[in-house]
Design a protein around this ligand. Structure first.
Ligand SMILES: Cc1cc2nc3c(=O)[nH]c(=O)nc-3n(C[C@H](O)[C@H](O)[C@H](O)COP(=O)(O)OP(=O)(O)OC[C@H]3O[C@@H](n4cnc5c(N)ncnc54)[C@H](O)[C@@H]3O)c2cc1C
Length: 339
């Protein structure tokens, strides 16, 4: 384990904003993570845990210590001939894992293909796509508490998962590092094809890798590749509103997509609201809104977090004024603007 100083993080965030870490350490094992945390405690360095940087808006300077879990181990624990638990260390790239599991014929994670980032970050916002969330396959999360180095295993219930939400965005926000995730896998075919025209893209009896391939193709058609155009995927969560507000909106906008939720509320499509406010394809100097998907804010190069956050505020205001609905950003802002 080596703490490095003044490390550039421009390539470590998918928006591609120029950023610098005062101190930066990669930890490959639990022991190294505990050593790094002890060091941060001893010198009172504030800690920032970083994965693939695909869900953060990175401001210019990260003081304290940036800690990046990079452990790559994964191993299977068979439960019986049809079910298994998969233990995965935090540094494993999520999409690599999904492809490996699909190629090996395991069901569970295939709909979550091509989501960037590391496995350790997946529980933070309960990643989801094409009708599946991490919570559907998660068995447990292994964490270390930042304040005292305590190791703990959280069950799925203890993670309090919700739509793009978990305990790691509330009581445990900025208080733990996730070092390992345990997933439940099945041999029994369980294709979930009801979202996004998926059923038309796969064979009648698909195997997991068919679904992975179809989802990759669909996502590539819709979403910009961060290697080409900086972005963090969906910038805003789809707002959940009271059914009464959804009905009123429907009277005025009969083409508005509205999805009933299990709690009796209604989920609206943030991208549709933004597009109706005229922002699709909008550009303001270095930042803008993607021209194929209004939910994705993009960085064209040479810009910074402040510009993007200002644009996001303007979008939020416009949507609120037009529909009375408040949008909530998905990514976290990390770091400081100045040195
Ligand atoms: C093109 C694109 C498409 C996307 N599509 C989707 C999608 O379909 N569904 C979806 O849900 N998300 C999507 N995302 C968002 C993002 O990929 C996920 O949220 C992903 O899980 C973030 O992983 P990361 O490793 O990049 O996390 P980072 O961005 O590095 O970190 C995100 C947050 O998690 C914390 N964190 C990271 N690792 C750990 C750890 N080991 N322990 C404790 N805290 C940690 C960080 O401090 C930060 O607060 C997309 C992003 C992009 C760029």
């Amino acid at each position: 384990m080596r703490v490095r100083h003044n490390v550039a993080l421009t390539d470590a965030n998918t928006l591609g904003f120029s950023a610098l870490a005062s101190r930066y350490v990669e930890v490959a094992t639990l022991d190294e993570a505990c050593q790094a945390l002890a060091l941060a405690r001893r010198y009172c360095w504030p800690l920032t845990v970083l994965g693939g940087g695909s869900n953060v808006i990175m401001q210019h300077y990260l003081s304290g210590l940036v800690l990046r879990p990079v452990g790559q181990a994964r191993w299977i624990e068979a439960l019986d001939d049809k079910r298994a638990l998969l233990h995965v260390e935090a540094g494993v790239p999520w999409h690599t894992l999904v492809v490996e599991l699909a190629q090996a014929g395991w069901w569970g994670t295939e709909n979550l293909a091509l989501i960037p980032g590391c496995t350790g970050a997946a529980p933070i916002q309960n990643i989801g796509a094409y009708g599946v969330e991490l919570a559907d396959v998660l068995e447990a999360v292994h964490i270390v508490h930042l304040e005292d180095g305590r190791y703990e295993i959280l069950t799925r219930e203890a993670c309090c998962f919700g739509y793009r939400d978990s305990i790691f965005k509330h009581a445990l926000q900025d208080r733990v590092v996730i070092v390992r995730v345990v997933l439940r896998l099945e041999r029994e075919p369980k294709p979930r094809l009801e979202y996004g025209g998926l059923s038309q893209r796969v064979p009648v009896k698909p195997i997991p890798i068919d679904i992975v391939d179809a989802i990759c193709a669909l996502r590539r058609e819709k979403l910009p590749d961060p290697a080409v155009l900086g972005n963090v995927g969906s910038f805003f969560k789809n707002p959940v509103v009271a059914e009464s507000l959804a009905s009123r909106l429907y009277q005025s906008y009969p083409d508005m997509p509205i999805y009933p939720t299990v709690t009796g509320d209604a989920k609206l499509a943030a991208g549709w609201l933004i597009e109706r406010c005229g922002f699709k394809g909008y550009r303001e100097q270095h930042v803008g809104v993607h021209d194929r998907q209004a939910l994705v804010l993009v960085h064209h190069g040479g810009g910074n977090a402040r510009e993007l956050l200002d644009l996001a505020e303007r979008i939020k205001l416009a949507v609120y004024e037009c529909f009375g609905v408040m949008l909530e950003p998905e990514p976290r802002v990390i770091g400081n603007e100045g040195h």
